[in-house]
Design a binder for this molecule. Structure first.
Ligand code: ACO
Length: 403
């Protein structure tokens, strides 16, 4: 399918060099300075900083700053950044009516696709994508409002009133307050759970050209507004092979139901005639280990210890499954290790977050990555609309039949 002048497929011709690379296994769609991954060595760097160091020494909002501006902030810059994020945490009151148009049992990702896209109808003063100040305001609005919008999805599903954000709390504490607080009782954040929440946000902040980020960049390349672009990222993230995986992990653990049934599911995962796969195992890029999964595993142990949940039946199935799979030659030979979603699903379940909110939390965390890539695309002097080619394998030209 490659030739200097002409490609001839079933009699049709295309001029120029032509590559065919399903799944983008070896094609870069852009150049970027944000995130580096070496999947074989298990390395993930944001702007050069290893993810393990960021998880230990930094916090989510500082990583947001780093991804957006390329450098770690000074103390004053960080203080100003956090203050600006807090300034934008409220959402337009009309948006609450938008929520009321959805069924109470709607999947929260379906609601998120709608409400995030709809932000462009509420904040049209920051939609000039050629103006870097507009791009910055849109970025702040997205980072600030995502926790509010996400928690509103949950509150709507339970029939409880929406909680206003509290700007005296940290980003993670405020999210937990909007999820679990009520007007009758002040929410008292547990520092270990708030720290785990912050780590989940931080570890999901960016992962270079994954399916949802590439979707956001592609949508952005047409000049679409940032809110619409992020909504497209949310849609792409929803799939079980991507962001839906941590939700799928919990569904799988519930389906297994009993430690004794684990071998049966392991055998099903190995059977090529069975579509079942072990959810939360394997990664397109990390073929050794996922550095995020290591940090997440540690956080998982902290949370389970704090909540005294070491003996929770579902979590015991998870731990046993991990043990059995890590010793099974099928998984070892194919380098299928638990990924970040395996542990994040367990932590979120332990914190009390319902399964159908897991992918929403991933979307909330990844918003900064999407927006940093969208911004990078528009800052590039060679930015142009993305238009992939295709390898046409359909019918040759044929005439409409006489009837
Ligand atoms: N369970 C059982 N077998 C698996 C699994 C799994 N979870 N993952 C891969 N394999 C097998 C494949 O069947 C294949 O076997 P073969 O060589 O005998 O044919 C081999 O391992 C290689 O798998 P590929 O599908 O080629 O790997 P790919 O890189 O395309 O897929 C993916 C990666 C989609 C993540 C896959 O491992 C998977 O479906 N995992 C479960 C879903 C999941 O956890 N997704 C989260 C990804 S992380 C994230 O989005 C943050």
């Amino acid at each position: 399918t490659m030739g200097p002048d002409v490609v001839d497929i079933r009699g049709l011709t295309a001029k120029g060099l032509f590559t065919y690379d399903p799944g983008f296994m070896s094609t870069a769609s852009c150049d970027s300075q944000i995130t580096f991954i070496d999947g074989d060595k298990g390395i993930l760097l944001h702007r050069g900083y290893p993810i393990e160091q960021l998880a230990e020494k930094s916090d989510y909002l500082e990583v947001c700053y780093l991804l957006m501006y390329g450098e770690l902030p000074s103390a004053e810059e960080k203080e100003h950044f956090v203050r600006t994020v807090k300034k934008h945490t409220m959402v337009h009151e009309q948006l609450s009516f938008f929520y009321r148009g959805f069924r109470r049992d709607a999947h929260p990702m379906a609601i998120m696709c709608g409400v995030v896209g709809a932000l462009s109808a509420f904040y049209h003063d920051s939609l000039d994508i050629n103006d870097s100040q507009h791009r910055e305001i849109a970025a702040f609005r997205l980072i600030s409002k995502m926790p509010t919008l996400a928690a509103m999805c949950y509150k709507y599903s339970t029939g409880q009133p929406f909680m206003f954000p509290r700007n005296d709390l940290t980003y993670a504490e405020n999210f937990l307050h909007m999820m679990f607080g009520t007007p009758c009782e002040e929410y008292k954040p547990n520092p270990i759970l708030a720290n785990a929440m912050d780590r989940i946000f931080l570890l999901h902040a960016d992962h270079e050209q994954n399916a949802s980020t590439s979707t956001v960049r592609l949508a952005g390349s047409s000049g679409a507004n940032p809110f619409a672009c992020v909504a497209s990222g949310i849609a792409a993230l929803w799939g079980p092979a991507h962001g839906g995986a941590n939700e799928a992990v919990l569904s799988m653990l519930e389906q297994i139901g009993d430690e004794e049934r684990i071998p049966e599911f392991i055998e099903r995962a190995k059977d090529k005639d069975d579509p079942f796969r072990l959810m939360g195992f394997g990664h397109r890029v990390y073929k050794n280990f996922d550095p995020r999964a290591k940090v997440m595993k540690q956080t998982c142990d902290e949370v389970l210890g704090e909540l005294g949940l070491d003996n929770d039946p579902l979590l015991r199935i998870a731990k046993r499954l991990e043990q059995i799979a890590l010793e099974d030659p099928y998984f070892v030979e194919r380098k299928l290790y638990p990924n970040v979603d395996f542990y994040s699903g367990i932590i979120l379940k332990a914190i009390g977050i319902p399964t159908n909110m897991f992918t929403v939390i991933f979307a909330l965390s990844r918003t900064i990555g999407w927006i940093a890539h969208w911004h990078e695309h528009h800052s590039s002097p060679i930015a142009r609309i993305g238009r992939p080619r295709q390898l046409y394998l359909g019918e040759k030209k044929r005439d409409y039949p006489e009837r």
